[in-house]
Design a protein around this ligand. Structure first.
Ligand code: LMR
Length: 347
């Protein structure tokens, strides 16, 4: 009798819930992607995965984004950030974004040259003197076109977040001139331009995921690598390298990518908050990048593990000349119009 009564109550409860249209719009990353035309902020859990440490512009940008979105949505939207390749690494974060297993990633632009060779822009030698010119390029018409070129994969590029200029570290000898690289092997983030740079300087190269780089340097799989100061410092690459040359020969900059199906599933009030959150993150990453790199240089100096070479303008000129032919080599793939847009912001 009791059992029957419980059964009846349960059955009636289901009927009532169904008649009310369900109890909430709650969804998480696994079911985000269904249409929602309501006027209430959707309850969501958004995942943001990245490969770098916490003391970096990318993580600081992601934190600012999280803080804004969670506050403005009264906690209805949760943002989970996974740094240090703890959820996905370079090898699998893009596929998982495409599969909507993660809703935001912010990978180094140079890791997408397979999808569109124009992402090589960020690796072009000495193209952007500082963050400002790089930001101006990616906010401009050509930059936006490239950022938004992955829609066939279901991926939308929203903004460029800068990290900064790259500098070379290695375990063999100080680098002051192109010949110093001869015979060494360097790790690249990826991409044909980075390979061409090392080959023009007489060195070999191999693309290695960021999460495996410390071990690869430690075990001598490669002799050196190039990166921003905040990445070198926060990942302690100076522990397993002996020399560092301040070069600023190309850059690490990020594309904030989201999944279009997820994006299109957001109703207006929800999208407004997330969009504004991404803007807050963009402001934070852009305003912190240089300061974090400057502070990282001081820390690396204090640790004293690497001998630091600061090239003179004349020494930089020699590298520029050696690498100039790369522009001709990649003009067809990257585009004369893109080169023109770089010149317009950098000269
Ligand atoms: C690297 O792979 O060296 C960097 O692109 C990592 C990052 O995301 O800054």
């Amino acid at each position: 009798m009791k059992k029957k009564l419980f059964g009846l109550i349960a059955f009636l409860s289901i009927l009532i819930l169904a008649a009310c249209g369900g109890s909430s719009e709650k969804s998480d990353s696994s079911n985000a992607g269904s249409e929602n035309d309501g006027n209430d902020i959707q309850e969501l859990t958004i995942k943001f995965s990245h490969v770098v440490a916490e003391n970096t512009p990318k993580h600081q940008g992601a934190l600012a984004m999280k803080e804004y979105i969670e506050k403005e949505s009264d906690g209805k939207i949760k943002v989970e950030i996974y740094p240090n390749s703890s959820l996905f690494g370079d090898q699998d974060e893009y596929q998982n974004l495409v599969a909507n297993n993660v809703q935001f990633i912010a990978p180094d632009l140079s890791k997408f040259v397979g999808q569109n060779p124009q992402f090589n822009v960020t690796s072009l030698p000495f193209a952007f003197p500082s963050d400002d010119e790089a930001i101006a390029f990616w906010d401009g018409e050509k930059g936006q076109e490239i950022l938004r070129s992955l829609t066939d994969d279901g991926v939308l590029g929203l903004y460029m977040w800068p990290n900064g200029g790259k500098h070379m570290t290695n375990a063999k000898k100080p680098i002051e001139k192109p010949e110093d690289l001869k015979g060494m092997k360097f790790r690249t983030q990826g991409g044909q331009v980075q390979e061409a740079i090392y080959s023009a300087l007489g060195a070999g190269s191999e693309s290695i995921p960021f999460g495996e780089l410390y071990t690869a340097l430690d075990q001598g799989v490669v002799d050196g690598q190039d990166n921003t100061l905040s990445n070198i410092e926060s990942k302690k690459f100076d522990e397993v390298q002996k020399y560092m040359t301040i070069m600023n020969h190309n850059r690490v900059d990020y594309a904030v990518f989201t999944n279009t199906k997820f994006w299109d599933s957001l109703n207006e009030p929800t999208k407004e908050i997330i969009e504004a959150g991404v803007e807050k993150g963009t402001e934070k990453a852009r305003s912190e990048a240089k300061a974090l790199n400057d502070a990282a240089l001081e820390t690396i100096k204090e640790r004293g593990n690497v001998k630091i070479t600061e090239l003179t303008p004349e020494q930089i000129e020699v590298f520029k000349e050696a690498l100039q032919p790369i522009y001709d080599q990649f003009e067809d793939e990257i585009g004369a119009d893109v080169y023109e847009a770089i010149r317009a912001v950098s000269e």
